[in-house]
Design a protein around this ligand. Structure first.
Ligand code: ZN
Length: 173
C-alpha cells in the first residue's frame, strides 16, 4: 500500500448549523486544515504531498463534492447521475470531433482536435476555390495565381482536385 492510501478523510459538520454541508475536517493521521481552508481542497493537497496520483487528487478537488456529500460515503444515485452525464458528453463530443476533425476519441487533447479541424477547413477552402472560383477565372496567369493560392492553403490541393475531377468524368455514363 502506498503511503497516501493509508490516509482517510474524516467528515464533520458544524454541530450548530444543520444547513452546513458535511466537510472534510481532518485526516485519519490527525492532520487538520486551517480554519480558512476548504476541507476537500486541503485533503487533496495533503494526499498529493504524500504521492497520491492526479486522478485521486482530482477526485477530492472536484468529484467528491458531488458524490460524497456526507460521512455515509459514496452516494450511488449521485455517481450514476454524474457518470450518465459524462457518458452523454463523451458520446456527443466524439461526434463533433469526428465531423470537424476526423478524430473520434473523446480524450484526444484539445489542441490535436483543433489542429486537425483547421487542417480540414483549409482543405475544404482550397477545394472550394478550385471547384467554384477557378472555372470563372480567365487567363493563364490569373488561373495559376488561384491554383497557387489553393496550394498555400493545402499543399497537394491541385493534384487532388484534378484526380477527383478525373474520377467524376470517368464515372459519367
Ligand atoms: Zn493524513
Amino acid at each position: 500500500m502506498n503511503a497516501w492510501e493509508t490516509h482517510d478523510p474524516l467528515f464533520g459538520r458544524i454541530p450548530d448549523d444543520p444547513a452546513e454541508p458535511w466537510e472534510v475536517r481532518a485526516c485519519s493521521c490527525l492532520a487538520k486544515p486551517a480554519a480558512e481552508d476548504d476541507g476537500r481542497s486541503w485533503f487533496a493537497s495533503h494526499i498529493e504531498a504524500l504521492g497520491a496520483p492526479d486522478y485521486m487528487v482530482g477526485y477530492w478537488q472536484f468529484w467528491s463534492v458531488l458524490v460524497e456529500k456526507t460521512a455515509n460515503g459514496i452516494d450511488r444515485d449521485q455517481v450514476a447521475r454524474e457518470l450518465h452525464d459524462y457518458n452523454v458528453v463523451m458520446a456527443e463530443a466524439s461526434k463533433v470531433y469526428d465531423e470537424l476533425a476526423g478524430l473520434s476519441k473523446p480524450n484526444t487533447a484539445a489542441h490535436h482536435v483543433i489542429d486537425a479541424a483547421r487542417t480540414k477547413a483549409d482543405e475544404w477552402h482550397a477545394e472550394l476555390i478550385l471547384a467554384d472560383l477557378l472555372p470563372l477565372v480567365e487567363g493563364e496567369g490569373a488561373r495559376q495565381a488561384v491554383i497557387d493560392y489553393a496550394e498555400t492553403l493545402h499543399p497537394g490541393a491541385w493534384e487532388e482536385h484534378q484526380r477527383a475531377t478525373e474520377r467524376r468524368v470517368a464515372m459519367q455514363p
